[in-house]
Design a protein around this ligand. Structure first.
Ligand code: HEC
Length: 128
């Protein structure tokens, strides 16, 4: 008698642990998919931007409208830092994040479409 009741308890325990394993697995799966989804979303903009050739002249015009107030008319720096040889210190992805992210106030985040972002990148590459 006592053997069969302990077996039932064992089965209960196994079911309990199995449930926990399923719950933990489910939560991990949700976390991973959220991470992957966000990661994928962020990259879409960057991939599209890097897919364009970009035009330094167009980028120059954009720079004169949006950036010279802080980075200076020759991009030698004012409120914001000198941007010459910036492309040797930051990679394209980091520059895109700098311009669109708004992570370093007082520099604002710019809502800029991929074509114009690639133009700006091309311009910054021409500042070497
Ligand atoms: C309101 C002022 C302001 C404007 C407008 C502005 N920036 Fe900035 N920017 C800054 C400041 C300040 C920093 C330094 C932030 C820090 O590192 O804390 C900076 C940093 C940067 C950096 C990184 C420099 C480094 O050495 O790491 C890049 C690249 C940059 N800006 C590009 C741009 C571009 C391109 C534009 C126009 C689309 C722009 N910024 C417009 C103020 C500005």
């Amino acid at each position: 008698m006592s053997t069969s009741s302990s077996t039932a308890a064992e089965i209960d325990l196994k079911r309990y642990f199995l449930k926990i394993v399923f719950v933990v697995f489910g939560v991990l799966l949700i976390c991973f998919s959220i991470f992957f989804f966000n990661h994928h979303e962020n990259n879409k903009y960057i991939i599209e931007t890097l897919g364009h050739e970009g035009s330094a002249e167009e980028g120059d015009a954009l720079f004169k409208i949006n950036c010279v107030g802080c980075h200076g008319i020759t991009a030698r720096g004012l409120v914001g830092p000198d941007l010459h040889s910036i492309t040797q210190r930051l990679n394209d992805k980091e520059i895109i994040k700098q311009v669109t992210g708004g992570l370093t106030p007082p520099m604002p985040s710019f809502e800029i479409d991929p074509v114009n972002m690639s133009n700006l990148l091309k311009f910054l590459h021409s500042l070497e």
